[in-house]
Design a protein around this ligand. Structure first.
Ligand SMILES: *Cc1c(COP(=O)(O)O)cnc(C)c1O
Length: 408
């Protein structure tokens, strides 16, 4: 039949990177695929840097160059010695200053990214029962993991419609409220507010993986603000970082001292003890730590959160205004107050396939604009992280306009 796939081969396309193409076989003859990949976006329309992924996201070339410059004295050296500990220290104090953390907070870090931190929090941050706001892929994953933990009570899960967020409801049985600053799968951001009437000892723990460094927050409202640095912080994956209030640290210490069995690699007490010495429990990825430190210092050297959040806001304002004015695109999140300043999700009408647009962009070197699969919408998802240039986002929307005109 038409469309049978075989073999496949690699070709270089016009943007000079490789795509995998499956030739169609029809009665033995190979018919070259006729696809929207044949559309060529004029060079002058294209962004200078084509990385628009919602994570891992664009790493600034300046940070990579700085890493290359110190590489010989840094990469491949002991993480127990001062060269590496100094960089960990600069990352921790940089975050202190970026978030204006009170003096009695600590920046804790360890290996494994946010997904590992969820497991660590399941073991070492939830006393008995948590409440989760579930409104997308990431927020639902933490809730699911906690539900499966045999030593915890069944958590309360408040579900929201995709494209909006629910709000936390104080409950005396709840000792940890699990919020998500920015739901990366749907492009919804939520304000961080401690539920009024929450128990005095209840913690507010926030997954800020795609928001940290790009959306402002208030330390009064939060006890544990955790993230991985491969999104707004423009580093690589594999590391988790958690800014902890004294109340969160009290919880960590009291659970660690109690009867619950906790594997050492997931033990937040051990992570805390190492972090205050600018170390990690086991060997970290040094490049990840350096790139994160470099990005945080770039933010701080230019004015801190107002600079970094301002950059993201300018990018996403452009994307949302473009979509609102477009005859074929609309912002997916209808409530403008819930629209993420860091991840813009844009629906397309039936006249054009978002998948075709994304594939055409990809063939032209503009990467990772595909919508979140499980959402199942005719959608593009565009990262607006601080590392991205406004001129590149403007070039992206101009490129989309060009592709849509060519496709229809
Ligand atoms: C990307 C992301 C995660 C997963 O991070 P990993 O470091 O890959 O585990 C979790 N939560 C949110 C909100 C994210 O955007």
């Amino acid at each position: 039949m038409f469309g049978e796939q075989s073999g496949g081969f690699r070709v270089r396309n016009s943007a000079n990177f490789q795509v995998h193409v499956f030739p169609l076989r029809f009665r033995g003859a190979i018919i070259p695929p006729v696809t929207n990949k044949d559309i060529v976006i004029p060079t002058e329309l294209r962004p200078a840097d084509g990385r628009f992924a919602s994570g891992p996201s664009k790493v600034r070339p300046e940070a990579v160059a700085a890493l290359a410059e110190i590489a010989d004295d840094f990469l491949g050296t002991s993480h127990r010695k001062s060269t590496v500990k100094d960089i960990v220290g600069r990352l921790r104090t940089g975050l202190d200053s970026l978030f204006s953390l009170p003096d009695d907070w600590e920046v804790v870090l360890g290996n494994g990214g946010t997904t590992l931190f969820w497991d660590a929090a399941t073991f070492g941050l939830i006393q008995a029962k948590s409440q989760h706001l579930s409104f997308g892929e990431f927020s639902s994953k933490f809730a699911k993991g906690v539900t499966d933990a045999p030593f915890l009570a069944t958590p309360q899960i408040i579900n929201g419609d995709m494209g909006s967020h629910p709000v936390a409801v104080a409950d005396d049985s709840v000792d940890l409220y699990a919020l998500t600053h920015n739901e990366t799968s749907t492009g919804v951001a939520m304000p961080l507010v401690r539920p009024a009437d929450a128990r005095d000892d209840a913690l507010v723990a926030v997954d800020a993986t795609s928001a940290a460094g790009a959306i402002a927050w208030d330390t009064d409202q939060v006890d544990c603000y955790y993230f991985a640095p491969q999104k707004a912080i423009a580093s690589d994956g594999g590391l988790w970082i958690a800014c902890c209030s004294p109340k969160a640290m009290d919880r960590i210490r009291s659970i660690a001292a109690g009867p619950r069995w906790i594997p050492a690699g997931l033990d937040l007490g051990i992570a805390l003890d190492n972090s205050v010495k600018n170390q990690t429990y086991n060997t970290p990825a040094l490049a990840t730590i350096f790139l994160a430190m470099h990005q945080i210092e770039w933010f701080n050297d230019n004015g801190g959160m107002s600079f970094s959040a301002g950059r993201s806001a300018a990018l996403s304002d452009h994307v949302y205004s473009w979509a609102e004015a477009s005859p074929f695109a609309t912002p997916f999140v209808t409530d403008a107050g819930m629209r993420s300043p860091v991840v813009a999700t844009i629906d397309f009408d039936d006249s054009v396939s978002a998948d075709d647009i994304a594939a055409t962009l990809r063939a032209n070197g503009i990467l990772d604009t595909e919508g979140y699969r499980k959402l199942g919408r005719n959608q593009l998802r565009i990262a607006c992280f601080p590392a991205i240039e406004l001129s590149d986002i403007q070039a992206l929307t101009a490129s989309i306009d060009h592709v849509v005109a060519e496709l229809s």
